[in-house]
Each structure stands twice: as structure tokens, then as C-alpha cells.
Design a binder for this molecule. Sequence first.
Ligand SMILES: Cc1ncc(COP(=O)(O)O)c(C=O)c1O
Length: 416
Amino acid sequence: MTQKTAYPLDIQAILSDFPILHQEAHPGKRLVFLDSAASSQKPRQVIEAMQRYYEHDHANVHRGIHVLSERATDAYESAREKLRAFINARTRREIIYTRNATESINLVAATWGRAHLGPGDVLLLTEMEHHSNIVPWQLLAMERGFTIRYIPVTLQGELDLEAYAHILSTEPVKLVGLVHVSNVLGTVNPVEQMIPQAHAAGALVLLDGAQSVPHLAVDVQALDVDFLAFSGHKMAGPTGIGVLYGKRELLEAMPPYMGGGDMIKRVTLEKSAWNQLPYKFEAGTPAIAPAVGLGAAVDYLNNLGMENILAHERIVVDYALDRLSEVPGLTLYGPEPAKRNGVATFTLKDIHAHDVAQLLDAEGVAIRAGHHCAMPLHEKYGLPATARASFYIYNTTEDVDALVDAIYNARKLFGL
Ligand SMILES: Cc1ncc(COP(=O)(O)O)c(C=O)c1O
């Protein structure tokens, strides 16, 4: 199958960049990694950039005036500039380093949210949010007494846009928290339309880009989005580093998140004054090597071209949806192929997803099973768990064939 597939990317060159993929999962079973929505693998360019940094340039940033501290600071800040350009932020002051998308969202909740949400206010989320865009707000709502409402998800796995417009026009919504691409359904939400609608109703928008920024070009100025959260480890970068983008005027007006070194301009025993952006939100010694690694990941993705990445994934995901839909007893979740990306989530009759994943693992095929940190969505569909195959730049139609073969084997073992 693979030889016949014409990819927009040089797949052999990509595969040779990812050392981890060249191993057997079990004796005689090639590793087929289909769990990139949980965390992607890293090319050697990222691994080497971090190793080079530790071998030649490491010191603390923004502090010493010695040569290593200057080099470390340059490396850390030039990665920030790469990230700025990657999402087309106006200035690097709008790029706040965090640990991951989860921390980025918690930062907005704890600072902007605590200052602006109170009794009588409505925060609007969607039923397809990851727990990281639900729980921080529930914690804050307990403290501040505002109301959380949810945009319903249709049975086809899309947001109910009529309900969205209705809630915006009838309720005092201050912030819309919205996942760009669902990590369960693969739905690419129509944010180009939804963000202006929220603004027209006087609400800000926080976009959860954890599953979009790694896969498609996201332009914060074109979207006019107020906040964007994403994680480095899902976009070929290392763990321990993520980003919060925020419009400068919003970030300037927000109080700090954590207190400590680097985020202050002046400290007396009575009070402190805050450093300028982005440092106001970066207390303590940051994840310097992971930032350098994330900068290398951005270079890597840029070299491939985000349009090519999207086109490549389209081929693989469409092929997966086609092939999976032919498997008897398999139910696929999510909208039609044109409205989705990245993942194929399914159940196999009434067999528990964990059992399916375990049998697939025995064949070397790594998928994820469970609620994928989206329990409300699973409850809505009446499912305790689903199985999810997710795809990235290094996956091929051959991987899909291995997935489908392993599912047929599993069916036999379950007597289906
Ligand atoms: C849609 C979505 N949002 C947020 C997150 C949280 O990402 P992290 O665990 O890197 O903070 C994930 C992770 O799976 C996700 O898929």
C-alpha cells in the first residue's frame, strides 16, 4: 500500500529522523506508534539541540553576565522568537512559557479568571473539552461563584452552533473556552466563525490549541483570538514546556500567576513590583533546555511546512477512516472526514477498549484506550471508554494497514 501512496512529504527522510520508531515493540513485531495525540515522538534534531545545549551552553538565564549565561539566554529567547513567528503573534512579549497546555489554561483561570469572573457571569465551554479546559474553571467557579455553561455536541460530533449563538445572545458570557481540534472526535471546530461571534457578544476567547498547533497553521492575528494554549510535547518537542499566547493588552492588565525570582522588577519587605512581559508570568528558573528543544521542533515543522503536514495527515487519516469503517462491528466516532483531523476513535462491539488496546499492543500497535481526559463527552455518548489511534508526520498508510490487521486478529480472538 505504502509504495503506491504519494505523500507530499519525504516520508523516508522523516522516518530516518525518529530513532525511537526503529524498534520492535515485541520480538518480531514492528513498533507502530499511533498515540501521538497523547504525546508525539521527537526527531533527532530536537534531541541533538537539547544535548548540544547541555554540552556547550547551559547556565541560568537572565542573570549572569558571563558567557554561558548569555548563550543560554540567547538560546532560550531565540526559541521564544521562533514560537512567536510560528503562531504569528505580534511580539515575543505575548509568548509565555509554561509547562504545558494545562498550565497555560490554569494560568488564565487563576489570573484573568479570578479578576473578571464572579456572580452573575457566565463562562462558556463545550461538551468536547479536555479535562484541562474544564477542571480549572470548576475550581475557580467554586471560589468565585460564576456559572459554567456548555455548548452541546451533536451526535455527529460537531458543536451545536445554533445553541452557541443562542447562549451568546441571551446570557452574560464573559469568556468562551474552546478546543480547536477535539482529541477524541478529531473535529476541527469552526473557530474562524466562532471567535468573531464571541467578540460581537462582548466575550473573550481562549482557544485550546493542544491538538491543532502541532498539525495545522494557527495564526493568532488572523483568528484574532485572545488566548491560545498549547504543549511542546505534542508537536515534536520535549515534555516540560508549553506556551500561553495572550494579547499583549490583556496580559499587561493581568496579575502575576506565581511569585518568585525573575518575575519581579523590585522587591521590598512590604511589597513587590512586577517585571515586564513575558517575565511577569515566568517565576523561577524556567525549563531552558526544553525551550531550546521546542525551538528546534518549530524549525523541524517549518522545514516540512505546515501545509504539507496537514496534507500528509489528511491522506493517512482519510485512509484510516476508510479502512476502519469496513471492519464489521467497529463503530467510528466523530464527523465526516472533511471536518476532522488527527485521530480515529472507535469501539469494537461491546469489547472494552482496554482489551482491544492490549491485543493491539501484542501486535506492536500502540494506541490509547480510555476516556482520553474527556469524561463528559464519553458520558454524553454513553460510552465507558473508546480506543483511539492518532496520527502524525511519521505515520503511513502501512501503519494503518497494521492497525486494521491487528483489529481483525483481535476480532478473531474475541470470537466476533
Ligand atoms: C485537546 C487537549 N487539550 C489539552 C490537553 C492537555 O495537554 P497537556 O497534558 O500537555 O497539558 C490535551 C492533552 O491530551 C488535549 O488533547
